[in-house]
Write a protein that binds this ligand. Structure first.
Ligand code: FDA
Length: 396
């Protein structure tokens, strides 16, 4: 074994979690190498937040995360908070702003965040080696040997930071789950999260000409409720409200959308009937919605072509109820192709919440998205990557 191939720590994955872990471990005096099969480090960071990277959220707390064990994320998140990451961003002079709901974005470019992480790696001497395919990993005599397209590397500690399955075109692979299984870990079922919904053919056709239309709504099911924007697309429904709810949705389920949150549709319809009795019901709907949406809603629900004066209280109540609880029955989601995250993953029961270390195998760690901890939309997923990376780096 050549000295050049021996490290204290090998990290697989030069994404958010891997890079953040690498520089902090190197800062503690460890000889660290991060390997990645991609040509570029931090590809997801680069395209995140529309190229401006929503790098954290001012209100991040454990309630914003989904996991089979909702307590698991608490320790790491409390020991490396959004304020710690913000301090790092400020130390590097990166200008940022709050867009909405505590979401912090770079003023200029997501490249600033990748540059910051690579600068920290360079400063402390953590090596980042790209275009490196992992072909095998073994463990013997307390040393991990990682065979790659660039030769074999050895270290007593191995950090798996190679993310989930979302966006294969950005380099996502199942390697993290495969390594976990190789060392006896349980993988909780994975599925696409923060992903647009697709609609059944008939509904899709009815709503497809609304593509581009956005409405402020409250989308809800039995598990969660989100007050954000909904966007009609050619394939179905997207926008923050839909992405958020998708993480709480199971195939086959329906959900409801309040199209007039905060208002009393029945009261307003009755008032309109009093003020403008000759107005048609479909025209009345246009006081809230663009014409094409009002007409499509009326057709889809079979609301009659009547003047308001001829609409009974019962009919108006029915219309109001459907406006406040528009029933959506998706036929699925767009899947990993467009999903921002992968739900499920390495079961937290077999990891230490303080260090991210395997409870089954010495010297093995899992950080970031590969772990069964998934954040809401809005900077929460990067905050998990930073916090879990920090917890691990402190323990190496
Ligand atoms: P990440 O996916 O970042 O890194 C994994 C690394 O492992 C990659 O570099 C990959 O190439 C490498 N790898 C994978 N398989 C490998 C193999 N077989 N061999 C070698 N290397 C391998 N979150 C947020 O908080 N704010 C936001 O604005 C956004 N925006 C956003 C937009 C889009 C389009 C997506 C897809 C995702 C987001 N996210 C987000 C989510 C966020 O990007 C995600 O949660 C983190 O990047 C996860 O960090 P990790 O380091 O765990 O994985």
């Amino acid at each position: 074994m050549s000295e050049a191939a021996r490290f204290d720590v090998i990290i697989i994955g030069a994404g958010a979690a891997g890079l953040h872990c690498a520089w902090q471990a190197a800062a503690r005096g460890l000889k660290v190498i991060v390997i990645d099969h991609a040509k570029q480090a931090g590809k997801k960071i680069l395209i995140s937040g529309g190229g401006r990277c929503n790098f954290t959220n001012m209100y991040a707390s454990p309630e914003n995360y989904l996991s089979n064990n909702p307590h698991f994320c608490k320790s790491a998140l409390s020991r490396y908070t959004q304020w710690d990451f913000i301090a790092l961003v400020e130390k590097h002079g990166i200008a940022y702003h709050e867009k909405t709901l505590g979401q912090l974005f770079c003023d200029h470019s997501a490249k600033d965040i990748v540059r910051m992480l690579l600068d920290e790696c360079a400063q402390y001497g953590a090596r980042v080696q790209l275009r490196t395919e992992v072909t095998a990993v073994s463990h013997a005599a307390n040393v991990y040997s990682v065979t790659t397209s660039q030769g074999t590397l050895h270290a007593p500690e191995l950090v798996v930071a190679c993310g989930g399955l979302s966006m294969p075109k950005l380099g996502a692979t199942p390697l993290g789950y495969q390594l976990a299984e190789q060392f006896g870990h349980r993988i909780l079922p994975v599925r696409a999260g923060l992903v647009p919904f697709t609609l059944h053919e008939q509904t899709k056709q009815a709503y497809s000409e609304l593509s581009g239309l956005a409405l402020d709504v409250v989308a809800s099911n039995a598990r969660a409720s989100f007050k954000e924007a909904m966007l009609f697309t050619h394939r179905g429904l997207s926008g923050p409200a839909m992405l958020q709810l998708s993480s709480y949705w199971q195939p086959g389920e329906a959900f409801t959308v309040d199209l007039l949150p905060g208002s009393d549709a029945l009261h307003e319809l009755q008032q309109l009937r009093h003020d403008k009795p000759k107005q048609g019901l479909k025209t009345a709907l246009q006081s809230w919605f663009p014409k094409r949406f009002a007409l499509t809603l009326a057709v889809q629900h079979g609301w009659p072509e009547k003047n308001l004066a001829d609409c009974s209280n019962e009919l108006l109540a029915q219309v109001a109820e459907q406006l406040h609880a528009w029933h959506v029955q998706p036929n699925g989601t767009e899947g990993y192709r467009t999903a921002e995250v992968t739900l499920g993953g390495v079961d937290t029961d077999q990891l230490s919440s303080k260090t991210m270390a395997s409870k089954l195998q010495t010297g093995l760690y899992f950080i970031g998205e590969v772990v069964d901890v998934t954040g809401w939309l809005g900077g929460y997923n990067f905050q998990w990557a930073w916090a879990s990376a920090h917890a691990c780096a402190e323990a190496l």
